[in-house]
Design a protein around this ligand. Sequence first.
Ligand SMILES: [Zn+2]
Ligand SMILES: [Zn+2]
Ligand SMILES: [Zn+2]
Ligand SMILES: [Zn+2]
Length: 312
Amino acid sequence: MELDSIECVSSSDGIDEEEIHHHQFSSKPLNNIISSAISPATSVHELLECPVCTNSMYPPIHQCHNGHTLCSTCKTRVHNRCPTCRQELGDIRCLALEKVAESLELPCKYCSLGCPEIFPYYSKLKHEAQCNFRPYNCPYAGSECAVVGDIPFLVTHLRDDHKVDMHTGCTFNHRYVKSNPREVENATWMLTVFNCFGQYFCLHFEAFQLGMAPVYMAFLRFMGDETEARNFSYSLEVGANGRKLIWEGTPRSIRDSHRKVRDSHDGLIIQRNMALFFSGGDRKELKLRVTGRIWKEQQNQEAGVCIPNLCS
Ligand SMILES: [Zn+2]
Ligand SMILES: [Zn+2]
Ligand SMILES: [Zn+2]
Ligand SMILES: [Zn+2]
């Protein structure tokens, strides 16, 4: 179920154009430390690649009587036959290779995305699951989209593949119109992407069932990590007939799933009765005007202040 039509009037107040544009995901060349860590390790790393599934092997690493290695996951799948020589596999550990692995230090697999960290072989996986440079999941909420990537890639993906509306500027003024407000399903949503302060933000608008009551909700997510998201704030306003609801909050990182943010109610929530009241008319049609603004918090005051003598 889709919202029937959206009118968007987005205006820029010009401030955002003056901000310093920085892209977190610009690819940086590997520094010397990483290069020297890679070169001796590469061939050993190949040895540690399971010949069956090509994943990195972690203890217990197994081998057959002829010395062919394989990972523990594959061992359970091959019915006691070595996949390489078809001989009976038995239960032989390859301790030498396990020891070699222990001695290795390898760069994070997201080093090409900018992560400078180097880890002992066995703690690398743990880091990579939480690495700040790991790719983001597609923030589109309507379907299970498996696309991952850095922010510039995802912005292009949202625009080209999901046909998401793109707006430049840090203020917005959207009208959400729906001819049959009785239809409320969890899947109803609308996404608009805003580009301001050199960053991208996802404005979600949706209808869902909260307990027994249908509600509408609008919230903002930041296309970047949580620490950066905290540099920004946003406000949302909806109202009519002398009443107004105002929400002020911090955008959530798209590391938090759309559903997680929605289920935590971290946004502007409009009860249906109020939404229909704001829509005016005969309560047959939903017509909500949501206005809002994104701004940057002034945490680094000193960095932003320009002293003419020093800066000229
Ligand atoms: Zn394997
Ligand atoms: Zn074998
Ligand atoms: Zn990393
Ligand atoms: Zn997607």
